[in-house]
Design a protein around this ligand. Sequence first.
Ligand SMILES: [Zn+2]
Ligand SMILES: [Zn+2]
Length: 256
Amino acid sequence: MQQRLSKELSKLTDNVLNLVYPRHCPICDEVMEPFCIKNGKLVKGALVHQRCNRKIKRIAGNTCVKCGKPLGGQLSEEEYCSDCKNVKHYFVRGFSAFEYRSISGSLYKYKYMGRQEYADFYAGEIADRYGRKLKSLGIDAIIPVPMYKNKEILRGYNQAEILARKISDKTGIPIYSKVITRKRNTTPMKELDSRGRRINLKRAFNISKNDVKFKCILIIDDIYTTGSTIDEIAHEFMIAGVQSSFFLTLAIGKTI
Ligand SMILES: [Zn+2]
Ligand SMILES: [Zn+2]
């Protein structure tokens, strides 16, 4: 009874919030209708315009068996992308929802302009596409890539954690956001090459080992580029006793 009541209350709060702070479309950023009429009933409005939804490129077709990057320009019999052929990864396998270029504007607003609400759309897409798969892998913990504390305070939120929470709600897999922290503010990765990225991240994370009671984790981030951040985290968890690490990101680049 109490559980039902709290569920109804959270639905009501959600609806009121929707009216006071209307959502924005994650693609064109226009204000969305909070409610609409469907089959004669008043229901919650859509999270994205249909016309905008069609512009997004989902990851599909032939992908790298390691990082999940689309193998666009490569021969169809190839199994690995050119990056994964040359680098040893600590994660088992990765999954991503969208091709980076088709969603980069949306991600920018999500990350730097406070559009945290976009996470509902992103997580819905991820759960529809990968929910079953994730459960079949036996993942027992969701780990968002941590941000350096001062940076998180300045930004007001960690975008990977917000996304991870929504994915946890939708899949029922528990999230552990405090078990790993970023010890120092690393140089922004986009300013470094692949080798520089790895050196930059050496010992950048700290795991509270006593809290690691799980065997199979899913690391969540917004973008996958060379995989050095995810590798470093997967490596640290391996040392702490985790047997396998998977990752899931919102967006991934395409192999040229
Ligand atoms: Zn739109
Ligand atoms: Zn790959």
